[in-house]
Design a protein around this ligand. Structure first.
Ligand SMILES: *Cc1c(COP(=O)(O)O)cnc(C)c1O
Length: 366
């Protein structure tokens, strides 16, 4: 492998914006100045042009196929990030309701709750806080509110590396999921959800694009004052082109969907992702030097935080890793330590290289 200084690519463990599949980047580079004989690149095409509309429609069709999205769900290509959705969900679903239920499992759900509280009463139905957010509270202990507008949860907490091993069942209000760091990592049953949303920059494409998948029978629950571009029903009617959408990010996401399909779809992705994660957790668990704080049945496939010994060699670990072509392993600023994000675009060889580096570092310094 060429070093980055010589034009090669590093294994990029960033939590987001994260690595994209190399074949996608190479195709985009090839098409950068002239997309399919248009004499212009995708960034330079009108979103109303036949060429861009064909890109947009193909991307939506491919995403629907990958996730088997039922016909009574809208698939929206929006802006504003997952953080925008923290507010747009209560604004779109909270009309006529006094409150909604939230499951608090880490820093992203905490932010979702704080934002939603501006628009309705956000009740914490369950919290993993007493374990330092190292587990998912069992559903039998949740304290849900009858008549809530919806129940919101975060299937994968990107910072803490805590992932739900189950989809909450028997909930009689719409289930809303922030799937920013897990969408497309494995198959899901969309019909179990009212709303699924995800910022693209983890597992889907470039930042600037937010995917929302919304059951259309929830339209009509919008609160009265809501900006049009963030109104699910209006965006559905407009094909997500009420105003100029993030065209280039939409196009790259479309290339990513085709890449996932070429690998065999979400069953194949799940198999690869499960194997990559298992290897890395095994390496951590088998060592006396590295550790991961998350309860084993709640460990994320996508974001794996770990600490090295007493933390005194963290800087050496990180600088050695960077020199070995293993980039952005520093943990989130709020928790420290290390974090390896191993989304779909991280090849298994990257995980193998990380494990080899960790073992060598332990052998030579611990
Ligand atoms: C990254 C992330 C967010 C924030 O996404 P933005 O697009 O930056 O707003 C929210 N929730 C989860 C689970 C995330 O991983």
């Amino acid at each position: 492998m060429n070093s980055p200084a010589d034009g090669g690519r590093a294994f990029n463990f960033s939590a987001g914006p994260a690595a994209l599949p190399e074949p996608v980047l190479l195709q985009a580079a090839e098409e950068m100045t002239n997309w399919h004989g248009q004499g212009a690149g995708v960034m330079e095409l009108s979103h109303r042009s036949k060429a861009f509309v064909s890109i947009a429609e193909q991307a939506e069709a491919d995403l629907r196929e990958l996730l088997s999205v039922p016909d009574d769900y809208a698939v929206l290509f929006l802006q504003g990030g997952a953080t925008g959705q923290f507010g747009f969900v209560p604004l779109n679903l909270g009309g006529g309701f006094t409150g909604a239920d939230y499951v608090l499992t880490g820093q992203w759900s905490k932010k979702a709750i704080a934002e939603a509280s501006k628009y309705l009463s956000a009740n914490v139905a369950a919290t993993g806080e007493e374990s330092g957010f190292s587990h998912v509270p069992e559903q039998s202990q949740w304290n849900t509110t009858p008549g809530a507008a919806y129940l919101h949860y975060t299937p994968n907490e990107t910072i803490g590396g805590v992932e739900f091993g189950f989809v909450p069942g028997g909930i009689d209000v719409p289930l809303v999921a922030d799937m920013s760091s897990t969408l497309l990592s494995r198959p899901i049953d969309v019909s179990q959800f009212g709303v699924i949303y995800a910022g693209a920059q983890k597992n889907i494409g470039p930042s600037g694009l937010t995917i929302a998948i919304v059951k259309r029978d929830l339209f009509g629950r919008a609160q009265s004052a809501l900006p049009d571009p963030f109104n699910y029903q209006m965006q559905d009617k407009a094909g997500s082109m009420l105003n100029t959408p993030p065209t280039y990010a939409w196009y790259i996401a479309g290339l990513v969907f085709q890449w996932v399909k070429s690998l065999g779809g979400l069953n194949a992705m799940a198999e690869i992702n499960e194997r990559k994660a298992r290897k890395l957790y095994e390496a951590i668990d088998q060592s006396d030097y590295y550790s991961n704080p998350v309860q084993p049945d709640c460990r994320s496939w996508m974001n794996i935080p770990f600490i090295c010994g007493d933390g005194s060699r963290d800087d050496d670990f990180l600088s050695g890793a960077t020199a070995a072509g293993l980039h952005t392993l520093k943990g989130h600023r709020s928790v420290g330590g290390m974090r390896a994000s191993i989304y779909n675009a991280m090849p298994e060889a990257g995980v193998d290289a990380l494990i080899a580096y960790m073992q060598e570092f332990e052998r030579t310094t611990a």
